[in-house]
Design a binder for this molecule. Structure first.
Ligand SMILES: [Zn+2]
Length: 354
């Protein structure tokens, strides 16, 4: 377990969130429910684990209750996932339990929430707190969320509930309002590179993976060991380039099609838009002769073609259009409208391919 010298927790980046939580813990303020939100791979699990370490550590350095030592028995048990007062509920743990029933496992069910509530009612065995971590909280079915509300409304005194969600907006407002919100945002590329190198990834490989990681250290750590993740990102790049490379008509059709799937595939649509943003931004960077900052470094030649096609203002407008679209979708603008407005802002090819 490697403490980050910037803030003392074994978490990469997220300095602001760690600092504000550490201030509260140092002042003895421990809430009963936290909503840790941020995109997949941003480091929510590591953050939740560090929080549990701080709560259970038996040898706080300098007597600071917000600092975990990382070496006492409690810290070691948490790091190994065997501390009896720290439990994780997730789609994976639910699947492991429900295997015999052969049911589909795409959302957290009311049975899982009942298990959370039953565990919450037990007194802690070794420490002062019972830390219950609910991963994949964005998949909680509505009835499951309503059941969870009961625990959130009258939490047993020793319970600390950590809800981890890729998208906080998918939770009921009544759930959100009862949790202290901690938003984890993507890190700088330099922080992701540093995190990879600290984990033993060779510098060249770290630079290459961090460039593709979009600020997500968890994704980067997985991708450094798993070429399939890199391949999936390359496929997203291909789809984005094909969309941009289409005629005005094809671009609109693609926008409408994607808009119509938004309700069901919200997170996937945001991922497609992030890929688009990366391509337009890379074209802009190449135009500005800043190849060092490219996201899709391995595709520099094809990006140069796009960069040559348009001027700086055109490319900048396209980048802004994608950013506006993402903000509009987050603000619940009608998806089709948001996506159509975006493609209409993109520069067209000198010879429109209609
Ligand atoms: Zn400790």
């Amino acid at each position: 377990m490697l403490a980050n010298p910037a803030h003392g927790w074994p978490v990469w980046g997220h300095d602001t969130a760690v600092a504000s939580l550490r201030r509260e813990l140092a002042a003895g303020r421990v809430g009963h429910a936290y909503l840790i939100a941020g995109p997949d791979g941003v480091g929510k699990e590591a953050f939740a684990q560090a929080f549990a370490l701080a709560l259970h550590c038996q040898a706080h350095p300098d007597g600071d209750p917000s600092a975990p030592c990382g070496t006492c028995l409690a810290c070691r048990k948490i790091a190994r996932g065997v501390h009896p007062d720290v439990q994780t509920f997730s789609l994976a743990s639910q699947a492991a339990r429900a295997e015999k029933q052969g049911t589909k496992n795409t959302s957290l069910t009311i049975e899982t929430v009942r298990e959370v509530s039953a565990t919450a009612a037990l007194r802690p065995m070794e420490g002062r707190w019972r830390v219950l971590i609910i991963e994949d909280a964005e998949t909680l079915q509505d009835v499951a969320q309503e059941a969870l509300l009961k625990t959130l409304e009258e939490p047993p005194g020793s319970v600390v509930l950590l809800l981890l969600s890729d998208d906080a907006d998918l939770l009921l407002p009544t759930i959100r309002s009862r949790c202290r919100a901690l938003d984890l945002r993507p890190l700088s590329r330099a922080s992701v590179t540093a995190a990879l190198e600290a984990a033993g990834v060779p510098p060249d490989r770290a630079t290459e993976v961090a460039a593709l990681a979009g600020g997500l250290p968890g994704w980067a750590r997985r991708a450094a060991d798993d070429p399939k993740l890199i391949q999936r990102r390359q496929e997203a790049f291909e789809r984005a380039v094909a969309w941009i490379g289409g005629s005005s008509y094809d671009r609109l059709v693609a926008a409408v099609r994607l808009g119509d799937t938004f309700t069901k595939r919200r997170l996937e649509v945001f991922a497609e838009l992030e890929a688009l943003l990366g391509v337009w931004r890379d074209a802009l960077l190449l135009h500005a002769a800043l190849p060092h900052y490219l996201t899709y470094r391995g595709n520099a030649e094809r990006l140069s073609e796009l960069a040559r096609e348009w001027g700086m203002n055109d490319l900048h407008r396209a980048v802004c259009a994608v950013q506006t679209c993402i903000a509009d979708l987050e603000a619940n603008v009608r998806p089709r409208l948001a996506l159509e407005a975006m493609v209409l802002q993109w520069p067209t090819f000198r010879l429109d391919r209609t």
